[in-house]
Design a protein around this ligand. Structure first.
Ligand code: AP5
Length: 191
């Protein structure tokens, strides 16, 4: 199975590239950000709790995310592989993911780390904030999201690098150029 983690800072293009990857390779897309936004829309307990964390740019607690993630993973079967988008986001989540996938004998094959300059990240998020109105895309929350990313999420790169599974992708270019970088890397892995 082709299990891929798409990794990067807020605004690095994880969601955009995931959509293109699933179309080309027929993988199952699991985005914890999307899942949590659905929970907020449906006003579930998880949604009500998550809303507070997300609106302040903080991470939703690991235990809550893992419970929901495991439930979603258990509902999917017979897929060619997964693209994990915005997950894992802490070392705890990375270790928990490895344990879940070990049970299924289908490890993470690669982690593609999208590398984008901070001023470009901020430009993209502010633009989406005005156009699409995602309520965590405002200057204050963006600043916090970037801080939390550096503090809690970036160390995961080292976790995967040590396992020989980290692939750096140049993420500053156009959507098409970034996708070409990813497909080249996938094709080298698979063929
Ligand atoms: P999540 O939804 O994962 O948001 P994020 O990581 O902040 O990432 P974004 O969706 O903002 O950016 P992206 O990298 O996906 O880029 P995108 O393709 O959208 O998480 C939201 C919140 O939920 C978190 O802050 C946290 O609170 C919580 N959460 C989620 N997962 C969690 C977890 N596992 N544990 C705990 N809490 C969790 O692109 C961004 C914009 O840029 C778009 O407008 C796009 O059109 C544009 N764009 C993309 N690529 C390019 C390009 N190459 N050139 C120009 N523009 C581009």
């Amino acid at each position: 199975m082709l299990n891929i983690v798409i990794f990067g800072a807020p605004g690095s293009g994880k969601g955009t590239q995931s959509e293109l990857i699933i179309k080309k390779y027929g993988l199952c897309h699991i985005s914890t950000g999307e899942i949590l936004r659905e929970e907020i829309k449906d006003q579930t307990n998880l949604g009500l709790i998550s809303k507070e964390y997300i609106s302040q740019g903080h991470l939703v607690p690991d235990q809550l995310v893992m419970e929901k993630f495991t439930e979603i993973l258990d509902k999917t079967s017979g897929v060619k592989g997964y693209i994990f988008d915005g997950f894992p986001r802490t070392i705890f989540q990375a270790q928990a993911l490895d344990a879940l996938l070990l049970e299924r004998k289908t490890p993470v094959v690669a982690t593609f780390s999208l590398s984008v300059e901070e001023k470009e990240l901020i430009r993209r998020l502010l633009k989406r904030g005005t156009e699409a109105g995602r309520n965590d895309d405002n200057p204050e929350t963006i600043k916090k999201r970037l801080e939390i990313y550096k503090e809690r999420t970036e160390p995961i790169k080292e976790y995967y690098r040590k396992k020989g599974k980290l692939f750096k992708i140049e993420g500053n270019g156009s959507v098409e150029d970034v996708f070409e970088g990813i497909t080249d890397a996938i094709d080298r892995l698979v063929y």
